[in-house]
Write a protein that binds this ligand. Structure first.
Ligand SMILES: C[S@@+](CC[C@H](N)C(=O)[O-])C[C@H]1O[C@@H](n2cnc3c(N)ncnc32)[C@H](O)[C@@H]1O
Length: 254
């Protein structure tokens, strides 16, 4: 199932909206408005604070309160979600700016790989499936399309699988972390070149550079690498170069 509703190629300026009124109305939605956990009101304010002034194209995975907000901010907002009560509540809400929204129905695991991105994305909120490896999968399909300066929003970073992704992107040269509000993270796409999707230069990624090689003692990723990371990388490299090869190998494998 990959059904697109309300597809609209024309990009028109968003209607002049009274954002204060919209935020006040969104605040009235109670947690039972849909059954999957609403984007927090604090995160709503942070999103407004951090979004580019002129968002033309945006997307989100999952649907709900955030969709009501984004439909009023962006003239072309694409929502990738499963057909459930969250979608129904959103489509029935008078706060939804329906003409701005295209809904792609189905699990993002299936719909995102098939989706043809026709524009750069100025704002992306990942808040769909949270089980491993789906947040990473969503990221893989979305990051190549983010425009310089785009806002990347990761919700529910208290969930370990989402937190893994958050830690990776917050250290990557493609993103500048802006702020974390409750359990929602906001990052800005920098002008750094996009990491090629068809190569494997893992050793150039900051996340790997700062941790490699993990130690096998006492368990992979145990306390020793974390203590080691307190020593600046340049110092570690000099010390490593000065150690005899066999000692180096023993330290890595022990
Ligand atoms: C945490 S809620 C999103 C809350 C929403 N951002 C809000 O502001 O109210 C997660 C959403 O992801 C949807 N979802 C769950 N699994 C999904 C999947 N595999 N693909 C797409 N959407 C999914 C759920 O239906 C739900 O709408």
């Amino acid at each position: 199932m990959n059904e697109a509703h309300g597809a609209n190629d024309r990009v028109s300026a968003p209607r002049a909206i009274d954002l204060e009124r919209l935020v006040a109305e969104l605040a009235k939605l109670t947690p039972d408005w849909h059954a999957h956990g609403l984007f927090s009101q604090r995160a709503t304010s942070a999103l407004l604070r951090n979004a580019k002034a002129d968002v033309q194209h945006s997307l989100e995975t999952g649907v709900g309160r955030s969709t009501l907000l984004l439909s009023n901010l962006s003239p072309q907002h694409t929502v990738f979600t499963v057909p459930d009560d969250s979608l129904q509540a959103t489509l029935e809400s008078p706060l939804l700016r329906r003409e701005s929204v295209t809904v792609v129905e189905g699990p993002t695991q299936l719909t995102l790989p098939r989706h043809k991105f026709e524009h750069e994305i100025d704002l992306a909120l990942l808040d769909g499936p949270h089980a491993y490896p789906f947040p990473d999968l969503e990221y893989y399909y979305v990051y190549p399309h983010l425009s310089p300066g785009a806002l990347l929003v990761l919700d529910d970073i208290h969930i370990p699988t989402v937190n893994n992704l958050f830690r990776f992107v917050s250290e990557d040269s493609m993103f500048e972390p802006i702020e974390v509000v409750g359990t929602t993270a906001f990052l800005r796409r920098t002008t750094a070149p996009g990491f090629p999707i068809d190569q494997d230069s893992w050793e150039t990624q900051r996340y790997n550079l700062d941790r490699f090689p993990l130690s096998g003692w006492p368990a992979w990723g145990g306390p020793r690498p974390r203590m080691r990371n307190l020593v600046p990388l340049r110092v570690r490299r000099v010390v490593k170069g000065a150690l005899p090869k066999r000692l180096r190998q023993w330290l890595i494998s022990s």
